[in-house]
Design a protein around this ligand. Sequence first.
Ligand code: SAH
Length: 226
Amino acid sequence: MGHGADFLGRLWGGGAGDQASRRAEMLDRLRRGGVHDERVLAAMADVPREAFVIEGDELEAYADRALSIGHGQTISQPLMVGVIVQALQLQPGERVLDVGTGSGYQAAVIAACAGRVVSVERIEELAWSARARLDRMGIDVEVVAADGSAGLDGRGPFDAIAVGAAAPRPPLSLIRALADGGRLVVPVTVGDEGERLLRIRRQGRHCEMEDLGPCRFVRLVGREGY
Ligand code: SAH
């Protein structure tokens, strides 16, 4: 029969070299898509995305799209992760809340750019498997199984909050959980325009909001979600 190395490579999710070149292509697409922050690019070059997709999808891990992770949820498209993490304008040592752990991929990228990361996921099974995966990989993220749409009681303030699911309106409790100078990056459904990625920056008692462009996410479900 004599199946060649290519067959075995496909069977095991692609040879390491193939994954490295897929990852390099993803980085090119990120740059073309407007991700220029070298720390974000380095983090996404470092974190093996194939370890965050469901078994059998490893060859698709670096494709330019979201992939199913079960429970009707997805691991976000690489470009969206890059755009969100860049928009957080993270500094080393900052405290970050990641809402919607999913696979844990975005939390891992954030952890590579910041200090303490808490990630919250409402679907318990996803929270458990993300926690186990991140632990196994030695990535320092605290995963909490809860509704994070209104923040986490007793936690915060946070220097940055990333939301990986679309909210019906900017979640007020998350804005309140920001430290002075803190940034909230959240996809919000805006009438007929569909989902827009917003960055809300807290400055003292004021906040300023920027529209970072169109996006597409699964729904944020919960107290300040749908
Ligand atoms: N960024 C993730 C993917 C996020 S998909 C990754 O890199 O894999 C969005 C996730 O948000 C889903 O897993 C969904 O269950 C979760 N979610 C939706 N509403 C939530 C809420 N209120 N609190 C916490 N997690 C929520």
